[in-house]
Ligand binder design. Sequence first.
Ligand SMILES: [Zn+2]
Length: 239
Amino acid sequence: MTLAELREQVLDANLDLVRKGLVLYTFGNVSGISRRDNVVIIKPSGVPYDQLQPEDLVAADLDGNVLAGDLRPSSDLPTHLVLYKAFPNIGGVAHSHSEYATSWAQARMPIPCLGTTHADYFHGPVPITHAMRDPEIADAYEENTGHVIVQEFENKNYEAVPAALVANHGPFAWGPDAKAAAHNAVILEAVARMAYFTMTINHEAQAVDRALHDKHYFRKHGRNAYYGQERELNPKEGR
Ligand SMILES: [Zn+2]
């Protein structure tokens, strides 16, 4: 993929957050990376989504130096960069303050896997980070936001659970590219919403059994997956 194509894809992924109701005003940001060129393309800071053009997106290197464009990158760029460095197989990162996922983050609760919708996408609970400590907030706050996410994955597979909740802040999701990251952010919000309703209906609702969880996850992911079509469908054709 050329950098021009990456710009188009990252723009489209950012607009997915708007189309799916995950963002208000200029909240949220999606980025994508060219691993070949070590270039990250990210939404600029504070530009309304309905005015965004591909050329407005900001290109930066992995140290956060802006390579092209005269707009400032999203202030969350350092968080994205930490994730790209720690998770070598991801190609996109999406962040929003979507209402239900953010509510779980504010409650400082992981999202338990209460059903097969969750199990299809996240092989385990969606983790919550520790509440950031004063020194983590005072200095390099956005970078430390990335580090507290990465710490949650010391013993977890970031590809099998492609999202995390930052305590008192909100969700970050990722995927093989920017579109997949936005897609996972949208699914995360749906899962968070259903989990909220489930726990409201029954405070003692239990996570699904391992067998059902594994069945749903592994029929979509990995070597023995059999869900969907062998030919990659164009995402616009639906699943
Ligand atoms: Zn945020």
